[in-house]
Design a protein around this ligand. Structure first.
Ligand SMILES: Cc1ncc(COP(=O)(O)O)c(C=O)c1O
Length: 342
């Protein structure tokens, strides 16, 4: 497979003069991530391709790293002593944030809600401990909200003569700044389409845990002029994740670009511009489903992408069912593979 050569600077900087001064960026992975056909796992009338984010980043992988490329330099520019972020006990986002924060001289505190504990979660908790992050088990979303102001102060510090609270990073890194990572990925998909490496997809299918990846892609694809629709498979029932909230987040990111560049002219997205399906969630966030567990095994046996049961296997199980039911048409469907264990 040949890659499109990309310059070291992000595609967003190429589009916007002066953005590099207003929104700092720190490369943490190798762009572009590869695209390739994905036969055998979700066959049907639509031709299924994969964009594989698993190799992006060295000390953590998957979709979190692109968000951190904008978040870490933003926290550094604000002279924050630490990042405070949120998730469930098995949080991939928390682990990636903790590792990259530490590598760049920032502290990290995590407020974590409960999720069913299995071997994967136990292992993840050990990794979190080793990452140097301070873990607060806040158990429920309501208690997490209540504790957040106190935790911001608790993990703040005096810097350059001023008390600076911890940098508040929403669950999943899905702040308007973090979302820029997937605006960039949307532009990257467009360069791969125009280089003839990937047919223009009718849909990008991906798991939705906090919504930032889907929001960024929707904005980036619109921005690049592709007709590709974002089809998000909701795997989290602990947050409000509907088309209105995803598009609201995308539009906040558009406002950030408008404010910092002065010339962002893309029309706002509407809720009809993204599709969300929740039929593959099963009993709830973190609860495995038989279809997802089966797909983890099938993919491993076929030497396919490494799936996990919480996000990626549910998304691919959805793609498989929808393709079998002919609900995706007969064009190209791109599965965004967001898991990257290290
Ligand atoms: C492997 C994996 N895929 C997908 C997601 C969801 O991405 P987002 O939180 O941007 O919706 C996450 C984290 O939440 C994740 O860890």
């Amino acid at each position: 497979m040949t890659d499109v050569p990309l310059k070291a600077v992000p595609l967003l900087y190429e589009r916007y003069a002066f953005l590099d001064e207003a929104v700092p960026y720190l490369p943490l992975g190798t762009r572009p991530t590869p695209v390739a056909p994905l036969p055998g796992l979700a066959d049907g009338p639509a031709d299924v391709w994969i964009k594989d984010e698993s190799g992006y980043g060295d000390i953590a992988g998957g979709n979190k790293v692109r968000k951190l490329e904008w978040i870490i330099p933003d926290a550094l520019a604000r002279r924050s002593p630490a990042i405070l972020t949120f998730g469930a006990l098995g949080t991939n986002h928390g682990l990636a944030t903790a590792r990259y924060a530490r590598a760049h001289g920032l502290g990290c505190a995590l407020a974590l809600v409960d999720q069913p504990i299995d071997d994967h979660v136990r292992l993840q908790l050990e990794r979190l401990e080793a990452s140097g992050a301070v873990v607060h088990r806040t158990r429920t979303v309501a208690r997490t909200y209540a504790a957040a102001p106190w935790l911001m102060m608790r993990h703040g510090a005096f810097r350059e003569g001023r008390f600076r609270p911890a940098y508040l990073l929403p669950t999943g890194g899905s702040s308007p700044v973090g979302v820029l990572g997937y605006v960039e990925a949307g532009l990257e998909i467009a360069t791969q389409v125009s280089a003839g490496l990937l047919p223009e997809p009718s849909y990008v299918v991906l798991p939705v845990g906090s919504g930032g990846t889907a929001a960024g892609l929707a904005l980036g694809l619109r921005f690049a002029g592709l007709r590709t629709r974002v089809l998000g498979i909701v795997v989290n029932d602990q947050l409000t994740l509907d088309a209105k909230t995803i598009v609201g987040l995308a539009n906040k990111t558009a406002r950030l670009l408008r404010k910092r560049t002065g010339n962002f002219t893309i029309a706002g997205l509407q809720p009809e511009d993204v599709t969300l399906r929740r039929d593959w969630l099963g009993p709830g966030y973190g609860h495995p489903t038989p279809a997802a567990e089966q797909l983890v095994r099938t993919s491993a046996a076929a030497d396919g992408p490494v799936l996990e049961p919480v996000y990626t296997a549910k998304a691919l199980a959805a793609l498989k069912d929808l393709n079998t039911r002919r609900e995706l048409g007969n064009g190209t469907v791109l599965y965004l593979h967001t898991y990257g264990p290290r």
